[in-house]
Design a protein around this ligand. Structure first.
Ligand code: NAD
Length: 406
C-alpha cells in the first residue's frame, strides 16, 4: 500500500532500521491460507466456495480479525483488510496482531443449515492455524454471534482451551456484554469528538449501511442528540431532512428486514448525493470512489470511516482538496477489536464484567487513541490517516526492533 511507504518515509525507517527493510516487513503477510470448500446443498447438488484466511502479522500478539461472508470477497481484499487489522490493533494498543478471513458467498442465497455447514467446513480447514494464542476470528460483514458460535463449536471438537478462540460470540458461550454495540458506539464517539473539535453545531449526518456498525453508530448518535437525515442499506435509502427517528427506524428494519417503506422518511436514490456535513460509510470498501466522489454535495465537512477502507485513494485526494476531514477506519471503527480484546481477557480469567465496565474501558482506549492521532497530526501537519498509520507503524517497527534478528 502506497500509504505505508509514505509513512515509512515520514518515520525515517531507512535511517532508523538501516538493514531492516521495515516497510516490507510491516506490509507483507506471514501466512496466506486459500482453499475451496465444497458444500452439499439441501437440494442434493453441490456448491463450491472460495475461502481465505490471511495471517498478516503477529509481532504484537496473536493474529486477530473478522470473517467476511460476501460474494465480493477476494484474496487482495482479505490481504488489505488483514493489514488494516495489524495497524488497528497497534494504534489502539491491544496486544494482538492482524488477520482476516472470508468466504466468497452470498449468505442470503443459502439456507441457514447450508450456511452453518459451510462455516463449519471453513473452520475445520483452518482449525490447526486457529487458537486463543494463535489466531482469533471475529464478526465482519454478514457474520455475527451466530456464525461465531459455529466457529467456536467446530473448533471445540478438536481443542479444550477454546473459549478465547473466537470473539463476538453469543453471551451464553462466553461473549462479552457490549461487544455487539462496540464498533458502532466507537464510531459515534469519534464523530462526536471531531464535530466538537471542528465546531460543527447540529450537523446533518448520513449513514451508509445499517448492519451491526451502522445501526449502533446511528443509535448512539441519535441518543446523543445528533440529527441523522439519511440512512441506507443494500436495498435502499431513507431521508428526512428534519432528522430520522432512529429508534423507530431500527424497529422497522428488525421487523421488515429493510429500510425502504419506512413511514418516517422518504426514499432517495443515492445516499452519497444527500446534502450533509457529516457522512459515515458503514457498509463495504470503496463505496466512495472515482465514479461518485464528484456527485457529493459541497457542504460535506467530515467523513468518519465506520467501514474498512470505504474511501478509494482517488476519492480521498478529491475530498482532501475540498477541505473534507477524514477520520480513518483504523481509528474510527476500532471499538470492536477493543471489546474483542476484553472478551478474550474475560474468557481467560473466567470473570465477566458489566456492560458499563466494558464500554467504559472501551471509551477510555478510544479517547486515548483519538487524542494521540489528533495531536500527532497537528504536530507533524499531516492528515489524520497518515498520523494514525505512523503511530501504528512506529509501534510495530519498535517491536520488530526489540525482537532483533530472527
Ligand atoms: P453487516 O453485514 O452487519 O452490515 C453491512 C450493512 O451494509 C448491511 O446493512 C447491508 O445492507 C449494507 N450494505 C451492503 N451493501 C450496501 C450498499 N451498496 N449500500 C448501502 N448499504 C449496503 O456488517 P458490519 O459488521 O456492520 O460491517 C460493516 C463494515 O464495518 C465493514 O466494512 C466491516 O469490515 C467494518 N467493521 C465491522 C466491525 C464489526 O465489529 N462488525 C468492526 C470493524 C469494522
Amino acid at each position: 500500500m502506497e500509504i505505508i511507504r509514505q509513512c515509512g518515509k515520514l518515520l525515517e525507517f531507512e535511517k532508523r532500521f538501516p538493514n531492516g527493510k521495515m516497510v516490507e516487513r510491516i506490509s507483507i503477510s506471514d501466512k496466506i491460507i486459500r482453499f475451496k470448500a465444497i458444500l452439499s446443498r439441501d437440494n442434493g447438488g453441490i456448491g463450491v466456495f472460495q475461502c481465505y484466511r490471511v495471517q498478516q502479522s503477529d509481532v504484537l500478539g496473536p493474529y486477530k480479525g473478522g470473517t467476511r461472508l460476501h460474494p465480493s470477497v477476494s484474496m487482495n481484499e482479505v490481504k488489505a483488510l488483514a493489514t488494516l487489522m495489524s495497524l488497528k490493533t497497534a494504534l489502539v494498543n491491544v496486544p494482538f496482531g492482524g488477520g482476516k478471513g472470508g468466504i466468497c458467498v452470498d449468505p442470503k442465497a443459502l439456507s441457514e443449515k447450508e450456511l452453518e455447514r459451510l462455516v463449519r467446513k471453513y473452520t475445520n480447514r483452518i482449525k490447526d492455524d486457529l487458537g486463543p494464542d494463535e489466531d482469533i476470528p471475529a464478526p465482519d460483514v454478514n457474520s455475527g454471534p451466530r456464525e461465531m458460535a459455529w466457529i467456536y463449536d467446530e473448533y471445540r471438537k478438536y481443542s479444550e482451551s477454546a473459549r478465547g478462540v473466537v470473539t463476538g460470540k453469543p453471551l451464553e458461550l462466553g461473549g462479552s456484554l457490549g461487544r455487539i454495540q462496540a464498533t458502532g458506539f466507537g464510531v459515534a464517539l469519534v464523530t462526536e469528538r471531531l464535530c466538537y473539535d471542528k465546531k460543527l453545531v447540529n450537523p446533518a449526518i448520513s449513514i451508509e449501511g445499517f448492519g451491526n456498525v451502522g445501526q449502533y453508530a446511528a443509535l448512539k448518535l441519535f441518543e446523543m442528540g445528533f440529527k441523522i437525515v439519511a440512512v441506507s442499506d443494500s436495498r435502499g435509502c431513507v431521508v428526512n431532512q428534519v432528522g430520522l427517528n432512529i429508534s423507530d427506524l431500527l424497529a422497522f428494519k428488525r421487523e421488515k428486514g429493510r429500510l425502504s417503506g419506512f413511514p418516517g422518511g422518504k426514499p432517495a436514490e443515492r445516499i452519497i448525493e444527500v446534502p450533509v456535513e457529516v457522512h459515515i460509510p458503514c457498509a463495504l470498501g470503496h463505496s466512495i470512489n472515482r465514479d461518485n466522489v464528484d456527485s457529493i454535495p459541497s457542504g460535506l465537512k467530515i467523513v468518519v470511516e465506520g467501514a474498512n477502507a470505504p474511501v478509494s485513494s482517488h476519492a480521498e485526494n478529491v475530498l482532501i482538496d475540498r477541505g473534507v476531514i477524514l477520520a480513518p477506519d483504523i481509528l474510527a471503527n476500532a471499538g470492536g477489536v477493543i471489546v474483542s480484546y476484553y472478551e478474550w481477557v474475560q474468557n481467560r480469567e473466567g470473570l465477566y464484567w458489566s456492560e458499563d465496565e466494558v464500554l467504559g474501558k472501551m471509551t477510555e482506549k478510544m479517547n486515548a487513541a483519538y487524542e494521540n492521532v489528533v495531536s500527532y497530526a497537528s504536530e507533524k501537519k499531516i492528515a489524520l490517516r497518515q498520523a494514525a498509520y505512523c503511530l501504528a507503524m512506529d509501534k510495530i517497527a519498535r517491536a520488530i526492533g526489540f525482537r532483533g534478528a530472527q
